[in-house]
Design a protein around this ligand. Structure first.
Ligand code: DC
Length: 224
């Protein structure tokens, strides 16, 4: 099997994947793809159109016309509208697991991800990158952290933004998303032995970036 020059990073919500994966991409000079943002964008579009996850025909039509474009691998537009901030709101966050579980949504997103990966030199992060979308990635990583640590990190982020937080509520939200992401029928979040396992619970962000870069460089070899 020909391997792709792809670094595929998976793990649960709030493990800090996006921030560290972005830095790893920058250090390697690779493109970066936040696939959670794609599922959030599809959810945002469905909610804006007033479509529930049950309205499968209307959703399929919406997906056909959905144009997702990343600018500088950072700002995301849906059919021309900049949704970078909107896709992080509470409503999208609480609904995204339900839309991300739909086979029609997953097929559409996986195909777009695959196209980017086949061009090579890509760091991507999500829930099913190394297991489902890129089983042929040169480097596959599972980045973990305990639910308590993830809730605390999220609380700090929200506090820094001036939002009020309840740690118990955040912990419940995180556990509910873990359960939804791990138990769905199509491409659930799971760990496989081929992934390098990194538990970031007791590591600083810089330590995680260094650990991931070491794993990526050794896996990529001369392709780095
Ligand atoms: O990483 P995130 O919180 O932005 O992800 C948003 C949602 O999208 C999350 O509930 C899981 C889902 N997701 C997925 O199913 N597959 C991916 N590859 C990435 C995210």
């Amino acid at each position: 099997m020909r391997l792709l020059t792809v670094v595929a990073i998976d793990g649960p919500a709030g493990a800090g994947k996006s921030t560290v994966a972005r830095r790893v991409a920058k250090e390697l000079g690779f493109r970066f793809l936040d696939t959670g943002a794609m599922y959030r964008a599809a959810t945002w579009a469905a909610l804006a159109a007033g479509l529930s996850p049950l309205e499968s025909e209307a959703l399929s039509t919406l997906l056909v016309d959905l144009r997702l474009t990343f600018e500088d691998d950072e700002r995301l537009r849906v059919n021309g509208i900049d949704v970078t901030e909107a896709i992080r709101n509470r409503e999208v966050t609480s609904q995204v697991s339900a839309y991300a579980a739909l086979p029609s949504v997953r097929t559409r997103m996986s195909r777009a991800q695959r196209e980017l990966g086949e061009a090579g030199r890509l760091v991507c992060e999500g829930r099913d990158m190394g297991t489902y979308v890129f089983p042929d990635a040169m480097v596959r990583i599972y980045l973990d952290a305990s639910p308590e640590v993830r809730a605390e990190r999220r609380a700090k982020e929200l506090k820094d933004k001036g939002e009020s937080v309840n740690l118990d509520d955040l912990l419940e939200e995180i556990k509910a998303r873990d359960a939804a992401d791990s138990s769905r029928a199509v491409a659930p979040l799971k760990r496989v032995p081929e992934q390098h396992y990194v538990d970031s619970s007791n590591m600083s962000q810089e330590e995680v970036i260094k650990a991931l870069l070491d794993v990526a460089r050794s896996g990529l070899g001369s392709a780095a």
